[in-house]
Design a binder for this molecule. Structure first.
Ligand code: NAD
Ligand code: MG
Length: 351
């Protein structure tokens, strides 16, 4: 196990799917990631068996897609490469009941997120390789990109390399699901888990919704209309983020007015100031010392009382009701725009 942060990137030429010619891959779970991995591997020529509970509603879907389906325990005993794609919170139980009793020396245990390994909720035996191939995208895109001969960027990490072949086998898996077409970045379980948790808590999911709510409340409390506040603080966020995604902060600053650029540059750090930075560091510390994960495990064990309450409070926020109403009202505009551009794309050029 290496704990150094590296940034090697692998592409199709670095990987060979036939490395898995003698393997059967068990894909446990047929949700967002599971269906995409199972179908892409299958179409890449890998022998795949899907492991689902007897009463799982996904069974008929996997069978209709032409895949072999059996129980998780049976899938693991048939397989030499086990891809764990059930939800992170149920993985420890599935590991204990279905995986561990059927694992054999030389098998590979493959994850798409390092949470349970990194925080010791799953402790694999010696003699088994433990790897991670984590597409950096939701499963339906992993599938759609593959079908369109495109790739999905991914992360690759090796936790246990008992066979000596773990990197080549994980790269073969990454190629089988289409990730090496786009590029696979080498990382560690620790880096993947801690950065992922931090990103979703501090910036992407937690930070951004909190920023939007504070902005919305500030305007509405000062007497501005909820509709204006919604457009200003939520709807336009997408347009700004699209520009950042395309060309970084520079493209965004270039596209907005000089007034917006001066106002944003001179006021931004006042809004998200040093105390926010300190809160971020504290949040990262809770991730690094395992406090967040302990809290989340206990929360699940006790029936998710805080989670349920937080979810409800978020649903009840005024911005949700205003947004729902406005999105309905303005849906016709977006649809007719889409139709116009589709027609324009199809229409023969005049010249
Ligand atoms: P999901 O919730 O979409 O799918 C879960 C699947 O597991 C379903 O088919 C469900 O029927 C099955 N399942 C649930 N409980 C089960 C049990 N007790 N026994 C057997 N099967 C059970 O999950 P997902 O989002 O695809 O996540 C799978 C893994 O992929 C997780 O480790 C997650 O962190 C990782 N991941 C997800 C995404 C994403 O965008 N969804 C991205 C990268 C990595
Ligand atoms: Mg086996």
């Amino acid at each position: 196990m290496t704990d150094e942060f590296t940034t090697d990137i692998y592409y199709d030429d670095d990987a060979d799917v036939s490395t898995l010619d003698d393997d059967t891959v068990a894909v446990l779970g047929y949700g967002s990631q599971g269906h995409a991995h199972a179908l892409n591997l299958h179409e890449s020529g890998v022998d795949v068996v899907v492991g689902l509970r007897e009463n799982s509603s996904s069974r008929s879907a996997a069978e209709a897609d032409g895949l072999t389906v059996t129980t998780p325990a049976d899938a693991v005993s048939q397989a030499s490469y086990v891809s764990v794609l059930v939800p992170d919170t149920v993985q420890p139980a599935v590991y204990e009941n279905a995986i561990e009793p059927n694992l054999e020396e030389g098998d590979t245990l493959q994850f798409a997120h390092g949470l349970n390994i990194h925080y010791n909720q799953i402790q694999p035996p010696e003699g088994v390789d433990v790897t991670m191939v984590a597409p950096k995208s939701p499963g339906h895109l992993v599938r759609r990109n593959y079908e369109n001969d495109e790739g999905t960027p991914g992360l690759l990490a090796i936790y246990q390399n008992e066979s000596g072949d773990a990197p080549d086998r994980a790269l073969a898996y990454a190629k089988g699901i289409g990730c090496t077409r786009a590029g696979v970045i080498e990382t560690t379980f620790r880096e993947e888990v801690e950065s992922d948790l931090f990103g979703e808590q501090a910036v992407l999911c937690g930070g951004v919704t909190s920023l939007v709510k504070h902005g919305y409340e500030t305007l509405v409390d000062a007497g501005y209309s909820p509709e204006i506040a919604y457009f200003e603080c939520l709807n336009e966020l997408k347009l700004i983020v699209d520009l950042m995604y395309e060309g970084g902060h520079a493209e965004m600053w270039d596209s907005v007015s000089d007034t917006a650029e001066y106002g944003g540059l001179s006021r931004g750090d006042r809004i998200v100031d040093e105390t926010v930075r300190e809160n971020m560091e504290e949040t990262l510390e809770e991730i690094q010392n395992g406090e967040f994960t302990r809290e989340w495990i206990l929360e699940n064990q006790s029936g998710r009382p805080s989670y349920t309450q937080l979810r409800q409070a978020e649903k009840n926020h005024e911005i949700e009701e205003v947004g729902e109403r406005l999105r309905d009202l303005f849906a016709w505009a977006e649809e007719s725009n889409d139709n116009e551009s589709a027609e324009a794309a199809e229409a023969p050029a005049d010249d």
